[in-house]
Write a protein that binds this ligand. Sequence first.
Ligand SMILES: NC(=O)c1ccc[n+]([C@@H]2O[C@H](COP(=O)([O-])OP(=O)(O)OC[C@H]3O[C@@H](n4cnc5c(N)ncnc54)[C@H](OP(=O)(O)O)[C@@H]3O)[C@@H](O)[C@H]2O)c1
Length: 239
Amino acid sequence: MTEIEGGRVVLLTGATGVLGTEVARRFGLQGARLALVGTDEGRLADAARDAALDGERWRPVVADLRAADDARRAAREAEQAFGRVDVLVHLVGGWKGGTAVADLDPDELRWMLDQHLWTTLNVVQAVVPGMVERRFGRVVALSAPFAEKPAARGASYAVAKAAEEVLLRTLAREVGADGVTANVLVVRKIDTEGERDKNPSPKNAGWTTPSEIAEALVFLASPAAAAINGQRIALDGRA
Ligand SMILES: NC(=O)c1ccc[n+]([C@@H]2O[C@H](COP(=O)([O-])OP(=O)(O)OC[C@H]3O[C@@H](n4cnc5c(N)ncnc54)[C@H](OP(=O)(O)O)[C@@H]3O)[C@@H](O)[C@H]2O)c1
């Protein structure tokens, strides 16, 4: 069975971002219950409406995940609403860059580490102990090819994504025996406008649609994906 089992509880961060709605919709269709996390309740309500989530099966959780206390409270609120968290889909985003390393503003690098490394650590520490206790859990995040192959003037993004990836792949080695997996999907660009099909070019052939990403996330979150752990999986197969 490749579906997520009905009733699984998903903590979805970045729920209001370019991917959030489609990912929420897909998990909702599989019968999952969702705690949608973001920094603004109104935007979370919009995302839930766009994802056509049933009112009883989702909750808004307002939290700034750069703060460990907020991440712990987010996990608590999800557990109070639905009893537990089975799946963490971590899609917090943010980008700053365009400067050569020699001129890099340390604040830019700190901000990118906050968005990508620290939000990941905070939310993982908030939900993974419960998953280990229950001997089931799935953690999936999104990364970019630059984490492995940096581009000029993109150090902050590359460093932040590489740090996030290594954290999760280390986690995978620590919790795999407890029924918990942690994986990273690697996407060049999220093709929100369907550009790849409308204006095909070598540049956009390797872009990935929200629907394709959501399908992969649902699979990795499912019991069927138990043997996939600590992997960095690229979704750019058309390039
Ligand atoms: N976009 C791409 O082409 C692309 C390519 C490769 C990888 N990725 C990765 O894919 C993931 C999703 O990216 P995206 O482009 O969908 O992001 P996005 O559209 O920029 O959305 C960012 C999301 O993160 C949330 N967020 C930001 N700071 C937060 C904080 N401190 N605490 C809690 N939530 C916070 C935002 O919520 P609110 O603003 O509502 O609070 C929003 O839902 C990211 O990991 C990104 O690096 C993206």
